[in-house]
Ligand binder design. Structure first.
Ligand SMILES: Cc1cc2nc3c(=O)[nH]c(=O)nc-3n(C[C@H](O)[C@H](O)[C@H](O)COP(=O)(O)OP(=O)(O)OC[C@H]3O[C@@H](n4cnc5c(N)ncnc54)[C@H](O)[C@@H]3O)c2cc1C
Length: 386
């Protein structure tokens, strides 16, 4: 399929408008409270499920909306524009289930994608461990074959939406001598005996998205819950990140757009020296730079989404790894700068929780850290230069 980057942008305008109005009506009103109380955004989950926006990437053949990578980006972007925590519902549903979509058996796809598409179950992704972050291949969680089963033992750390999700893609060592080639991926269910969760982390931002440890204590699961062949789990995990780093870029774009939109309105209203501060050139130049950086980040993200779609359709060029890392790195750095500038534009008021830009600046920070820190993205880019 020949992918024209600009045609889908027009086609996706209606999707953006409808997600924006839903997000403003049903998600935005709860965003400050969700952050303040560090509680799961249940209202957002219900609104997203009611409108079939909670896991748009699931193919139609498994009961999903079958949205392409760009449409998925637009959904995440628009939800993040009003509430970053809520945007992790569609984003992590994709992250958790993409290993099954990319490498799982037909039986696994049927069993786990249908409830996800219906909104009956969420999916999480368990790669990181207390002592294996950037060096994820150094993980210690083990899966040992026992007849028709595997028995899993270990601790996964920093797992987004842990406790809320029904399903978990877990990467575990099946052959300790082979390092990354000795890692396999499995679907673990919340109700599997031996699965439990740590206390929610007390975080700087995205406070509405629970981040918890997942404990696997002699978790015995059928061998057919393995995703792909034994030893391919790490490769599947990395392939997944090539696609889903673009959703983190989308989250960064949304947070930055929310901050820019708010600051743009504020500077018209706020008067100093007898006129709106928007009349000062020093303010105008800041807004121009913010909008320029945001638009550059958006174009890179959409270009990466086009590559993700081509690769998913089997006709892709092999530069998705570079583009996924570049989009995530560039958009998250831009979001940090733009949200910091938005706080600056509101002066002392921007530094308080009475205004949303303070939350947006805290939320932006995580996009530079997860799915690989931005130092790691630069390593990935350097190894995969186009
Ligand atoms: C809120 C939150 C949600 C998360 N959600 C998930 C999730 O759902 N699933 C999951 O599996 N993981 C998740 N993570 C984990 C996240 O991906 C890791 O935190 C991240 O990969 C970094 O690992 P680390 O925290 O162990 O940092 P470390 O690897 O210890 O890094 C510490 C510092 O050293 C730098 N560094 C490390 N190695 C190098 C190098 N070779 N060169 C240069 N600099 C280097 C890092 O960039 C960083 O600045 C989440 C994390 C957070 C905070």
């Amino acid at each position: 399929m020949d992918f024209d980057l600009y045609r889908p942008l027009e086609e996706h305008d209606m999707l953006r408008e409808s997600v924006r109005s839903l997000a403003e009506a049903k998600i935005a009103p709860h965003a400050a409270e969700v952050d303040e109380e560090a509680r799961f955004p249940q209202e957002a989950l219900e609104a997203l499920v009611a409108n079939d926006l909670h896991a748009v990437h699931v193919p139609e053949s498994y009961g999903g909306a079958g949205a392409d990578a760009l449409a998925t980006v637009i959904v995440i972007e628009e939800v993040a524009r009003v509430c970053a925590s809520s945007s992790l519902i569609p984003a992590v549903n994709k992250l958790g289930s993409l290993p099954v979509i990319l490498s799982g058996s037909e039986e696994l796809k049927k069993k786990y994608l249908a409830p996800l598409a219906k909104g009956d179950a969420m999916f999480s992704y368990c790669l990181s461990e207390p002592d294996a972050g950037s060096d994820a291949a150094g993980m210690k969680t083990k899966a040992v074959r026992d007849g028709d089963h595997y028995v899993l033992n270990g601790v996964k750390r920093w797992i987004t939406n842990a406790g809320v999700s029904e399903y978990y893609t877990v990467m575990a060592v099946t052959d300790p001598d082979k390092r990354s080639k000795g890692i396999s991926a499995f679907v673990v269910e919340k109700s599997d005996p031996g699965v439990s969760f740590g206390a929610p982390e007390k975080k700087l931002g995205i406070k509405g998205s629970p981040t918890r440890e997942v404990y696997l204590d002699n978790v015995r699961i059928p061998a057919d819950r393995m995703i792909g062949a034994e030893g391919t789990g790490f490769a599947t995990a990395m392939k997944t990140l090539d696609h889903t780093r673009i959703t983190i870029a989308a989250q960064a774009l949304g947070i930055a757009q929310g901050a820019l939109d708010y600051a743009k309105g504020y500077v018209q209203e706020r008067k100093q020296f007898g006129k709106p501060i928007a009349d000062f050139q020093g303010i105008q130049f800041m807004l121009a730079d913010m909008a320029m950086k945001l638009e550059a980040a958006r174009q890179l993200t959409y270009a990466a989404a086009a590559r993700s779609e081509r690769v998913a359709a089997g006709s892709g060029k092999e530069d998705l790894t570079f583009f996924g890392a570049a989009a995530k790195c560039y958009a998250s750095d831009a979001a940090m700068e733009i949200t910091t500038d938005a706080v600056q534009l509101l002066g002392g008021y921007g530094y308080t929780r009475d205004y949303p830009v303070e939350r947006m600046m805290r939320d932006a920070k995580i996009t530079q850290i997860y799915e690989g820190t931005n130092q790691v993205q630069r390593i990935v880019m350097a190894r995969n230069l186009p």
